[in-house]
Design a protein around this ligand. Structure first.
Ligand code: ADP
Ligand code: MG
Length: 406
């Protein structure tokens, strides 16, 4: 396909400035609560380069924190309603939400679930921030599969660090935020999202071993490579049980194989046991076992600059998620297919769906200097084929959660 004659892109394609965002959040806080904030903190979203649906199988994931942050500004209220009263506002939501640190209501489900869950984890560890007002803003699209929820949790824990002057060990911080998502949001996620937001480092990807919960930093320092994220802007609301169903299918396969998790199985062992399981269970396991191998292989290839291999593994990951794990959707398939049509000649290294599936984003590695024309060509063709406007942006691996002020 031709990449000439691109249509213009209206959305924010380059990374927004965190400094400018923090300044805007500070003045919005002052306007909302009538005083300047004392603390400003930030936590990024993430995109997973490869390693999908492997985390809850004790396998490997290979994400990067993105240059899109949740930012919070907070301060002590002049006269709090109670010594443990929290007032929270979001630039994305109407009204002011209120709750008490002494009664965090795990069953209550609203956008403050993520804050309350992270606060509960901090309180359990003896970190009590006391009454505060907080204003939240985000450049991570909500519900786009870039983990605005984890960013919100990690940002909250970082705010408590700023207020109390005590710091959490980063892995511990990721864990308490994961528990927040499990208990307060009711989402039984793996550790990847919170880990990426808490431990992300500028210019580095994280190869996370989800069994040991340890991360190896892998530099993405080739100046000729860009990470292009394209939001399909669709989210298929299925029955909702797909995630739980995939998890239990993986558990069933592990049980048949006689291991704790699919992490413990090699491709050869799985192939040898094929007639012991029904076709669906086999294909689910085939994805997970292959994906683990692709993920570690991609991390190795990336370190030696073997982009052809990285790209091939990304496409193979997508095919496997589409055909064996069955969590893609037509829109994600179209985006990846269009990236493939631009191909190596047009500056595309590889492309795949990223995140849990059924919508959300694709991640595409591209040659620097070509990113705009590639994004424009893919989005134009996507619009022609689906009638939907996709949102593309580029990012580098970003710094994880940190205190900006206070
Ligand atoms: P994802 O993590 O992929 O973005 P989720 O559904 O897990 O999608 O989390 C999105 C939810 O997180 C939103 O529906 C909202 O409740 C909450 N959220 C995230 N960012 C913000 C924000 N800046 N302000 C208010 N709520 C937010
Ligand atoms: Mg989420």
């Amino acid at each position: 396909m031709s990449v000439s004659d691109p249509a213009p892109i209206a959305s924010e394609f380059e990374s927004p400035s965190l400094e400018a965002q923090a300044a805007a959040v500070k003045s919005a806080f002052a306007e909302a609560f009538g005083a300047a904030p004392q603390w400003v903190v930030a936590a990024p979203g993430r995109v997973n380069l490869i390693g999908e649906h492997t985390d809850y199988n004790d396998g490997f994931v290979f994400p990067l924190a993105i240059e899109r942050y949740v930012v919070m500004a907070a301060g002590r209220p002049a006269s709090p309603a109670a010594e443990d009263a929290v007032r929270a506002r979001s630039t994305m939501m109407d009204g002011t939400a209120e709750f008490r640190l002494g009664n965090l209501e795990p069953e209550r489900r609203d956008w403050t679930s993520y804050l309350r869950g992270a606060l509960a984890g901090c309180l359990e560890r003896g970190m009590n921030p006391g009454a505060f007002d907080v204003l939240v803003d985000s450049k991570v699209p909500l519900g786009g599969g870039l983990s605005s929820s984890a960013a919100l949790e990690v940002c909250t824990a970082t705010l408590v660090e700023a207020i109390t002057g005590r710091s959490l060990e980063p892995v511990e911080k990721a864990r308490l935020c994961q528990t927040a998502e499990h208990v307060y949001a009711g989402v039984p996620c793996g550790i990847m999202d919170q880990f990426s937001s808490a431990l992300g480092a500028a210019g580095q990807l994280l190869l996370i071993d989800c069994r040991t919960e340890t991360a190896t930093l892998v530099p993405l320092d080739d100046p000729n490579i860009e990470v292009l994220v394209i939001n399909s802007n669709v989210k298929h609301e299925l029955s909702g049980g797909e995630y739980a169903e995939r998890r239990s299918q993986c558990e069933a396969a592990a049980k048949i194989m006689g291991v704790k998790k699919l992490r413990d199985v090699t491709s050869d062992q799985l192939a040898a046991a094929r007639d012991k399981m029904d076709d669906v269970i086999y294909r689910r396991a085939h994805h997970v076992v292959g994906e683990d191998e692709r993920t570690t292989a991609a991390a190795a290839a990336l370190q030696t600059g073997d982009w052809e291999t990285v790209g091939r593994l990304m496409y193979a990951s997508h095919d496997s998620l589409r055909d064996d794990f069955e969590v893609s959707c037509p829109e994600l398939d179209v985006l990846v297919e269009l990236a493939g049509e631009v191909g190596a000649a047009g500056g595309v290294i590889g492309s795949r769906m990223t995140g849990g599936g059924f919508g959300g984003c694709t991640v595409t590695l591209v040659r620097k200097g070509r990113e705009r024309e590639i994004a424009e060509a893919i989005c134009r063709r996507y619009r022609e084929r689906t009638g939907i406007e996709a949102t593309p942006f580029v990012t580098k691996p970003a710094r994880g959660a940190h205190i900006i002020e206070g």
